[in-house]
Design a protein around this ligand. Sequence first.
Ligand SMILES: NC(=O)c1ccc[n+]([C@@H]2O[C@H](COP(=O)([O-])OP(=O)(O)OC[C@H]3O[C@@H](n4cnc5c(N)ncnc54)[C@H](O)[C@@H]3O)[C@@H](O)[C@H]2O)c1
Length: 268
Amino acid sequence: MAGSATLSNLETPVARLEGKVAIVTGAGGSIGARTVRLFLEEGANVVLVDRSAPALERVAAELPPVMADRYVNVIADVAEVDDVRRYVTTALDRFGGIDILFSNAGNDGPILNVTDYPEEVFDLIQRVHVRGCFLACKYTIPHLPRGGRIIVTSSVVGVQGVPGNCAYVAAKHALVGLIRGIAKEVASKGITVNGVNPGPVDNDFMRAAEASMSRLLGVDAAEMFNRKIPMGRHAEPSEVARAVLFLASEDASFTTGSCLMLDGGMAS
Ligand SMILES: NC(=O)c1ccc[n+]([C@@H]2O[C@H](COP(=O)([O-])OP(=O)(O)OC[C@H]3O[C@@H](n4cnc5c(N)ncnc54)[C@H](O)[C@@H]3O)[C@@H](O)[C@H]2O)c1
């Protein structure tokens, strides 16, 4: 009926993460910070994890003061087990549980062909992405209830290669393996594990990689990517955050072990 339709249009939308507790790693960075903001707006309490104290302070400074009792910053290296235990304990002590893990922290290295790639940088990149995500899952899962959610930031290069970045491509492929394997371990507990796989994002992380890539390949790498992306542009950090919110919410209740491509069709 027309009357009830009007009433239902006036209902206040329910916040999609009301009362949930989320851990966001890499929260001091572009995608992490945007996701933190969205999670808070949707009613969650959030533990912001990053190795960079200034980055966390910058993010907190931009959050409305009214949200101040719903988030806490933890300076931590995601690849150090004591640090991981500390951010898990912080979530439990401060907010009484954990419902959502967004494992998102990441680093990048120089753009070099494999024959020139330094061993120690290769190891460091696997350490942050792969060990960091493994530890996050290992120490978070025992506390997740039915309906718990894990979302991992992989990449378009988690499903296809690019030249000059073998360590990063390998790490992002490994994350897809973690997502798929762990999803099957925890499915019977009602916990979902999914990835978001952005293509190039319009932010400093990608601009730094593209500057280096432009030098190696002798072309404008940002333009090169835009030509490879059917939608013709980079992703906005907010587009990644909204996809993470979907996977963290009830709307994604029967989605697990999957990777949501956020690449404007690049890998299709
Ligand atoms: N920017 C892109 O184009 C793009 C595309 C696909 C995937 N990704 C992935 O998205 C994720 C977020 O990247 P972003 O684009 O927001 O870049 P960003 O550099 O803005 O954010 C990454 C954050 O991770 C933090 N970090 C790095 N190593 C850490 C460690 N050992 N412990 C704790 N924190 C650590 C950094 O301090 C930084 O704040 C990364 O996993 C990245 O690989 C980015």
